[in-house]
Design a protein around this ligand. Structure first.
Ligand SMILES: [Mg+2]
Length: 159
């Protein structure tokens, strides 16, 4: 199973009162201006033990190499990175009609986490699972984990 996370305002917060995860690679973290949200490391460990591979799905132009490096500071190994370029190539392609900003199901993703309500609306329309998390939510990791458990249970009924 796969879970994907949005970056801006979901895992990468910019508010003054944002709380950040402690890096496991201190020196390497000095090379990166951006930091990940507090709770991501434990959450990813729990998700992995549930059987989820961790992915990033962002509409930003950050390179896959940069994103991979940023997560490695926290000891998180990503199984897939979808940035704007990958999304454009695979989802929009040469289609004339405007496609949604994200279509996680195209990449075999079972659950996507985002702060943007329009992604949830697209999920209802196009048939993929989205959990909306506010950037101010201190209990965000518990909510992600509970939803991941719920989706896993649903999928196990499927097969
Ligand atoms: Mg966002």
């Amino acid at each position: 199973m796969k879970i994907s996370f949005d970056l801006d305002d979901t895992l990468i917060l910019t508010e003054n009162d944002a709380i950040y995860e402690n890096p496991v690679k201190m020196i390497k973290s000095l090379l990166y201006k951006e930091k990940l949200r507090k709770g991501i490391r434990n959450l990813c460990e729990e998700l992995k033990s549930l059987g989820y591979d961790i992915c990033v799905y962002t509409t930003s132009d950050r390179s896959a190499g940069y994103i991979k490096g940023l997560f490695s500071i926290y000891g998180i190994k990503l199984s897939n990175i979808i940035n704007q370029r990958v999304h454009k190539d695979l989802v929009q392609g040469s289609r004339k009609e405007i496609m949604p900003s994200k279509v996680p199901s195209k990449f075999g993703i079972d659950l996507h986490i985002d702060d943007d309500i329009s992604v949830k609306q697209n999920g209802l329309q196009f048939g993929f699972n989205v959990l909306i998390i506010s950037k101010h939510d201190r209990d965000w990791a518990v909510k992600v984990l509970n939803e991941a458990k719920r989706i896993k249970k649903l999928k196990s009924y499927d097969t």
